[in-house]
Structures are given as structure tokens and as C-alpha cells.
Design a protein around this ligand. Sequence first.
Ligand SMILES: [Zn+2]
Length: 317
Amino acid sequence: MAKQDRKFTKGLHEVGNGCFAYLQPDGSWGWSNAGLVTCGEASLLVDTLFDLKLTAEMLDEMRAACPAAAEIDTLVNTHANGDHCYGNQLVGDAEIITSKATAEEMAEVTPGMMAMLIENADSLGEAGAFFKQVFGMFEFAGIELPPVSRTFEGHLDLQVGDKHLELIEVGPAHTRGDVLIHCVEDRTVFTGDILFIEGTPIMWAGPVENWIRACERIEALDVETVVPGHGPITDKSGPRAVREYLSYIRDEAKLRFDAGLSVNDTIHDIALADYASWGDAERIAVNVDTLFREFRGGAGDPPNPVELFGLMGKIAR
Ligand SMILES: [Zn+2]
């Protein structure tokens, strides 16, 4: 196996045996990772990027590095956030596979809606300003999402040439239908946004215990390479850190919920301690909001993104 290239630099990194990670520093809002698994002529792409330009650039680099990427046979989307699927049309001939819950969520937050929000950001106050600050550099106009070809629930086995891949649905957690892609022979797992490394995880869906279990599931796999949805390539220390963060904010939020504090007061009251060095600390707002919905017995109720972007904007400022 080739020596692993774990530097957090933009572009394609071979993790060994025809398996690649594509990284986009600094891993903040919208700067997601993707992956490529090849065996002989066969190829499977893990996720596309937030817009067509970024995705085209990635595909060019993959084709230059690996002949099997000339035609992508299969695309797996780890979840429905646009930074993992808005480039799908550039591999529209591939079989597109994801969980049933992700396919449903993909149809709800469309690139057209993102384009419209950016266009009208100035009329949305603090929320609009923050939305534009983090997403304004991406190009959402003209993106069409091709239909998903095949969905699954729970578990799906795939072959890429002679390689065996397991798709493991671990959502709802970060989103409603998060999927892990475990490449058995390559001892590698692509986790999508179940892992943010050196950045703050953001829990849109929950429940938190599902996400903690997803981390434990990764820690139990026979893998040496863990490719997160955002941030540098890691190993089993990655899922451990995310699990510890989630347990910490769950416990801290619960103490304040039980004491009758509001979401807003709780967000400002929790000391981030060791986690203050992680990027995008403002995401504590979404995490506490989701935890409070869960504590009230409303797990699975949709968040209010405009309100939350407003709160995050205030914290980030
Ligand atoms: Zn993402």
C-alpha cells in the first residue's frame, strides 16, 4: 500500500491501493471533502462538491491521476447537504446511490433555494448577512440535481471491481440520512459529515445518541484511514474526538435545560473549553437548539434555519 498522504492541502490525496481523498481546506462552511475508490477500470465517487466549478476542477484532477476516473460508474452521496451533492449533474451518467432519507431531503433544499437566499440575503438581516458571508462565494445558479438512481435503508453492499464496499446508514444524526462508506480491503472509511475534524460538528437533525453511536461504529471498524466530510484525513482519534464533543455538549445543555435556561442563554453559558480552538464555534447555536428540541420530546422536528443563521451570525461577530 502506498504511503499515506495526510497533509491538509487542497486536492487529491492517495490513501493507498487506488483509494483517494479530495480535500478542500480550510474545511469551514461549504468546504467539504470527497473521495474516489477505484479497482481496475471500476470507479466510485464519494460525494460531489458545492458547485459545478469546484466539482469540475475535482473531476479533472481525478481523471489526470487515475484512468478509472475517466468515467465514474457509481456516485454515493453521504448526505443531502449541498456541499456534498450539488455537483451531481457532472456525473449524471453514473448510478447515483444514497439512503432513502437522504434522497428525500435532497429534494427539499434545492440549489435554486440557495441561490434565492443569497440573492435576497440583504433583506434577511443578521441571518442573511451571515448566510452570505459563509456561502456567498459559491455559485448556485444553473445547478440541476439529477434524480437518485437507487436508494437503500440500513445497509447496502457494493462492489467496485474486486473491492467490497459497505454503505452503512447511521442517520438521522448530522442530517436525516447520513451514510458511511466502508472500503473493506482499503481499510478506509468515508464518513461524510458524521466527522468534522478541527471544526465544530453541526447537528441539524439528531438525536445526539444516534450520532454518538455512529462515531462508535466508525471506531469499531477495521480501518486505518478515516476521511471526514470536512477537515484533514484522520484515524480513529477523529471519531473519538467528535463523540467526546457531542457527549460534552449534550451533558452541558441538559444541565441548563433542566435548570430552565433558554436556548439563547445556554448557548452563551456553555464553556467550549478544549473545543474553542475548533473552527466555526458559532455552530453551538444549532447544536443546542437541536438538543433542546430533543429534550422537549420533539426530536426530528425541523429547525428554523433563518433564526439559527441569525444567532450564529451574532456569535461569529
Ligand atoms: Zn458538509
